[in-house]
Design a protein around this ligand. Structure first.
Ligand code: GAP
Length: 531
């Protein structure tokens, strides 16, 4: 977090890849509409017209979310003997946030438009302005690529074409001015940059701006009956601090030896100035974080280990090799000695999905200082006590959910010219693994189907459906991403076999009921990801 704009340090603004904006918007809208129609995600308090940046996960959404959590937990905790879990409380002693730096520096630069009364993040206004220039470059590149065909060398074009060179220089200039202003904490210079760039309120076109000021993103509330400053307490803005303050509790009670990790999944809260793009940026969201404690000096090696382990975790899902890229932070916060993001190609372009940070001994040292308690580890090999260094991996569960949903949803034209909407959710993550469908609602088929379902539901999440023609039922299951459909027909009563239909290939095979469980497990089990 402090590696970006929040806090004093700065990472240059890097606009997302300039795909066709209209296409991106369309796909995001489709995802939002589909998510609501099928019970994945609803706006919070929908009957009251929703609450900005708050969402509820519906009956299928909660299953998908739980499966993503399981995939992460299994990979981090079960697959690593030296990583254990934790579930710390959301409320923490307020000094925690003083020590971590959040009270003083967990800020975003904010600007209001005096006419529209709308509030914006100054950095986002500038980022969007840069995005528009990037889009112009992309348009020129696309035009030239069409003109020159196979002979087109994009890199050379970007370096030599007059318009591209001028526009890139403009972007670099803006980034440089912004970086200088933020590093100097000169908010007047940030405002001047907005004015000089002619940036207007995106909704109303007004350029009547207030000054830029810092806005702390933590939600405050009061503890019990204590009033005033003494009772101020915060909703945690990250789960990580719950891990740091429990470092010794876990190390001692679990007799953990360095290197070891503590993993946690839980809610975090940030009063984002603008929260947008569906569940990408919310005010209440969930994080899956792991702090890996290592001896000082070993952090470089472990940073590289976790970069590789985390990208493999993502790629094993099969959402597309080209859907990920690393974004190394060029300039780090004062306590970090290396940091990068794993970016995903969301409908809005490449954006941060996960952060990997080498946080040195900053947090444990800060908590030692503020609590007066030693947070040290006695290393029997080195025969000394020290404050461990930390590598952090931190991923937003809701962003991961959006990554899965947006890459899974597509329209397909079939060989017979008909269309289907299908969600190719990685099968181990699918909310419903198997649909059990009696061909007809009579002749003992529903009873047989229930019998089959009762066996499968012990191991898998199963849905029963007997309404409508079988083709329509298949389409409904495709639309929610169910990898397998089991159809019970009249022959089933004689041969004790069913038709097994695959979501992706739409192939149908006949399978004896006695083999069904193992066939399903092969197709949807965790080993499909971990092997
Ligand atoms: N402990 C480190 C930390 O919190 P961060 O980059 O601020 O770092 C980690 O957040 C991850 O949490 C991000 O990569 C992102 O996936 C997710 N995240 C952060 N803010 C979010 C928000 N407002 N809505 C949804 N997810 C968010």
């Amino acid at each position: 977090y402090f590696c970006g704009l929040r806090g004093a340090m700065f990472t240059p603004i890097k606009p997302s890849t300039p795909f066709d904006m209209a296409q991106q918007d369309d796909h995001l809208k489709r995802v939002i509409g589909h998510a609501k129609e099928y019970g994945f995600v609803f706006p919070s308090s929908d009957i009251y017209d929703g609450l900005s940046a708050a969402y509820d996960y519906g009956q299928l959404g909660v299953e998908l979310k739980n499966n993503i959590k399981s995939y992460w937990w299994t990979a981090m905790v079960r697959m690593h003997e030296n990583i254990v879990g934790l579930d710390a409380s959301i409320f923490m002693h307020p000094t925690t946030w003083k020590a971590s730096g959040h009270v003083d520096a967990f800020n975003d630069p904010l600007i209001d438009n005096k006419d529209s009364k709308k509030r914006y993040r100054a950095d986002v206004l500038i980022e969007d302005h840069i995005g528009k220039i990037e889009a112009k470059i992309a348009k020129d590149v696309a035009k030239a690529s069409k003109k020159f065909g196979d002979a087109f060398d994009e890199a050379q074009f970007r370096e030599t074409n007059g318009n591209c060179v001028r526009r890139q220089a403009e972007i670099d200039g803006i980034n440089e001015r912004f970086k200088t202003a933020m590093n100097a904490e000169d908010l007047d210079a940030v405002k001047q940059l907005i004015v000089d760039l002619g940036i207007k309120d995106p909704e109303t076109g007004s350029a009547n701006w207030t000054d830029v000021r810092q806005f702390n993103l933590m939600f405050k509330t009061e503890l019990g009956a204590v009033s005033g400053d003494a009772g101020v307490i915060y909703l945690r803005p990250e789960t990580a601090q719950g891990i740091f303050v429990n470092f010794l509790n876990v190390q001692k009670s679990g007799r953990m030896k360095l290197p070891f990790g503590i993993a946690q999944i839980g809610k975090a809260f940030r009063n984002e100035i603008i929260a947008r793009q569906f569940i990408f940026r919310m005010r209440e969201f969930e994080q899956m974080e792991m702090q890996f404690f290592v001896p000082p000096g070993d952090q470089g090696k472990w940073y590289e280990y976790w970069k590789e382990a985390r990208i493999q975790w993502h790629k094993s899902l099969g959402l597309g090799e080209g859907s990920y890229r690393f974004h190394d932070h060029i300039k780090m916060a004062h306590y970090a000695d290396a940091a990068c993001d794993i970016e995903f190609n969301f409908p809005m372009g490449f954006k941060e999905l996960e952060g990997i940070h080498s946080r040195t001994d900053f947090d444990l040292n800060a908590h030692e200082e503020h609590s007066g308690k030693k947070l040290r580890y006695y290393d029997p090999e080195r025969e000394e006590s020290y404050v461990p260094y930390v590598i952090e991996t931190s991923i937003g569960l809701d962003r991961m959910f959006l990554a899965v949903l947006s890459s899974a949803l597509r329209n397909e034209t079939l060989a017979d010219g008909s269309e289907r909407v299908v969600m190719s959710i990685p099968s181990a993550l699918a909310p419903v693994k198997v649909a059990v469908l009696p061909l007809l609602k009579k002749d003992g088929l529903p009873e047989k189907a229930r019998e089959v379902m009762d066996r499968l539901k012990l191991d898998h999440s199963v849905q029963y459906d007997e309404k409508d023609a079988i083709g329509r039922r298949y389409r409904r299951q495709d639309a929610i991403g169910t990898p397998l459909c089991v159809t019970i027909d009249h022959d089933t009563l004689d041969d004790q076999a069913v038709t097994l239909r695959d979501r992706d290939t739409m192939e149908q095979i006949r399978v004896p009921i006695s083999e069904l469980s193992s066939r399903v497990a092969e197709r949807v089990g965790w080993s499909t990801l971990f092997s």
